[in-house]
Write a protein that binds this ligand. Structure first.
Ligand SMILES: [Mg+2]
Length: 175
């Protein structure tokens, strides 16, 4: 891993994920009743749990509003959830203020132009591999995996490895 990348990741205490296109593949299904259905990735979910177990906070900022996101957040134990926030930077500033975290101690993972203001503000910015080109060009790191298909897990492993926490997190599985 590049030293410049490790330097950026070193201080990360909070990782915020966009939902559509990052925690999901970006597709939204609708039932005949107009109910939204999103698909989440189990390996990504476990990754977020590993992250929090290592003492790093996880959060969600999404411009949309859906019950599915609340259910998923509860399932993973994520308490930092900002939904229906068209101005993601404003939501971000509120979160870090409340958590007592500096912008450079935060990481953000996004996929579209609405994520750019936050991506420019954080200490470590990430785009998923199928993000729009403008976003990919603006970040510190582009994942190999796609949104909803392991990108979140990849980011988690990268951060834990760069911070030297990976081995201790894995210990319980290697007994
Ligand atoms: Mg998105």
């Amino acid at each position: 891993m590049k030293k410049t990348l490790i330097k950026k990741i070193e201080h990360v205490r909070l990782v915020i994920f966009d939902v559509d296109g990052v925690m999901t593949d970006g597709r939204i299904h609708y039932t005949d009743q107009g109910v939204e259905i999103k698909s989440f990735n189990v390996k990504d979910g476990h990754g977020i749990k590993l992250l929090m177990r290592a003492g790093i906070e996880a959060g969600i900022i999404t411009a949309r509003q859906s019950k599915t996101v609340d259910v998923r957040a509860r399932d993973l134990g994520i308490t930092i959830v900002a939904q229906g926030r068209k101005d993601k930077l404003e939501a971000f500033e509120e979160i870090i203020k409340k958590q007592g975290i500096k912008p450079e101690e935060a990481a953000y993972v996004g996929d579209d132009v609405v994520d750019l203001p936050v991506l420019r503000r954080v200490g470590f910015s990430v785009a998923v591999s199928d993000a729009v080109d403008t976003v990919k060009a603006a970040v510190d790191y582009v994942t190999r995996k796609k949104g909803g298909n392991g990108a979140v897990r990849e980011v988690v492993e990268l951060i834990l490895k760069a911070q030297g926490k990976w081995d201790s997190v894995m210990e319980r599985y290697l007994r």
